[in-house]
Design a binder for this molecule. Structure first.
Ligand code: NAP
Ligand code: ZN
Length: 349
């Protein structure tokens, strides 16, 4: 086993602190990755604080990983030592069921092995995420980082990038689409950039009026501060597509009423249950859908798309020793627009 430095939460109530974990030696189909950067996703906080229930402790969060291949198993065909690679929200799945064969491993019928707070396919071994110096992963669950991408700003693409790219693609957002992105955080700011790269007209809906200049600077065409309830009347039936990235409870019905006839709102934020009025959907034949990250094939497509269009995340790079303060700032919606941990800070400690 490979004893590996990490930061872990010991329980839902404890701050993250230094903790050693054991990684497996790479098997024939595995690669060992030296982690350079790992983004901080709001899902890390939900899970470290057990807000979704069932959390496994100690927990090493982190599923926006970029690093370098330092060792490959004897049968590995795709990767060589020195390759720059990424790991996203899952590290394995059954490889056999229909969703896995379709390249939609996130819906694996046996259950994907999420990168942390989960179990390997043996159903027993806990998984530990990217707030650590290295990780061992089956070669099929590793992504290629296109040459020339800024690595710190690319790490968030592994979750925030694919989670927004996938529904924008799936629901056919294109040049004449009127798109609204709700919530300008890690996911939201990637949604703005990717929807703009698809050619859409993009409006940010935010409960933080102070984000207007940032939203426009990120490429949005318009900004609506949602604190004033009047705006929901003013902008009724304006959008073809709404991507809702908000992590906290809010009234879905109010946002659904901003959709045109046959418009679609996709939820990617995962707050607690919220009452839904049938009329919000029925009256304009609107659709409400959800979306979960994306499969390996589509994640690679997204990385290649971002490389081609010069899309990367806006980040604040921090040493791992500041992770607990970063969590507090994410909760206050005070992140511009993704924290990324420079893992050199853990290697040096
Ligand atoms: P984040 O950086 O914290 O951004 C969330 C944004 O939601 C905030 O910046 C804020 O934007 C808005 N918001 C927060 N509290 C609000 C409130 N009380 N009322 C209204 N708006 C509020 O989080 P993230 O990392 O982007 O993740 C967002 C959500 O997506 C989380 O629930 C996360 O678990 C989930 N997620 C889902 C998937 C998936 O596959 N479906 C993948 C990754 C993450 P404004 O300040 O602009 O209002
Ligand atoms: Zn995430």
């Amino acid at each position: 086993m490979l004893t590996t430095a990490a930061y872990a939460a010991a329980s839902a109530k404890s701050p993250l602190a230094p903790h050693a974990i054991e990684r497996r030696e790479p098997g024939p189909r595995d690669v060992l990755i030296d982690i350079l950067y790992c983004g901080i996703c709001h899902s890390d906080i939900h899970q470290a604080r057990d807000e979704w229930g069932g959390s496994i402790f100690p927990m090493v969060p982190g599923h926006e990983i970029v690093g370098t291949v330092v060792k490959v198993g004897a049968e590995v065909g795709k990767w060589r030592e020195g390759d720059t690679v990424g790991v996203g929200c899952f590290v394995d799945s059954c490889h056999q069921c229909e969703p896995c064969r379709d390249g939609e491993e996130q819906f694996c019928e046996k259950g994907m092995s999420v990168t942390y707070n989960g179990r390997e396919q043996d159903g027993k071994t806990p998984t530990y995420g990217g707030y650590s110096t290295r990780i061992t992963v089956n070669e099929d669950y590793v992504l290629r980082i296109p040459a020339g991408m800024p690595l710190d700003r690319t790490a968030p693409l592994l979750c925030a990038g694919i989670t927004t790219y996938s529904p924008l693609r799936r629901f056919g957002v294109k040049a004449d689409s009127q798109v609204a992105i709700v919530g300008l955080g890690g996911l939201g700011h990637m949604g703005v950039k990717i929807a703009k790269a698809f050619g859409a007209t993009v409006t940010v809906l935010s409960h933080s009026p102070g984000k207007r200049a940032d939203a426009l600077g990120l490429g949005a065409d318009d900004f609506i501060a949602t604190k004033d309830p009047q705006v929901f009347k003013e902008h009724a039936k304006r959008f073809h597509f709404i991507l809702d990235t908000v992590s906290a409870q809010h009234d879905y019905n109010a946002y659904l009423n901003l959709l045109r006839r046959d418009g679609t709102m996709v939820l990617v934020g995962i707050p607690d249950p919220i009452p839904l009025s049938a009329a919000s959907l029925v009256m304009q034949r609107r659709q409400l859908a959800g979306s979960l990250i994306g499969g390996i094939r589509e994640t690679q497509e997204m990385l290649d798309f971002c490389a081609e269009h010069g899309v990367a995340s806006d980040v604040e790079v921090i040493p791992i020793q500041q992770v607990n303060e970063a969590y507090e700032r994410v909760i206050r919606s005070d992140v511009r627009y993704r924290f990324v941990i420079d893992m050199a800070s853990l290697k040096a400690s």
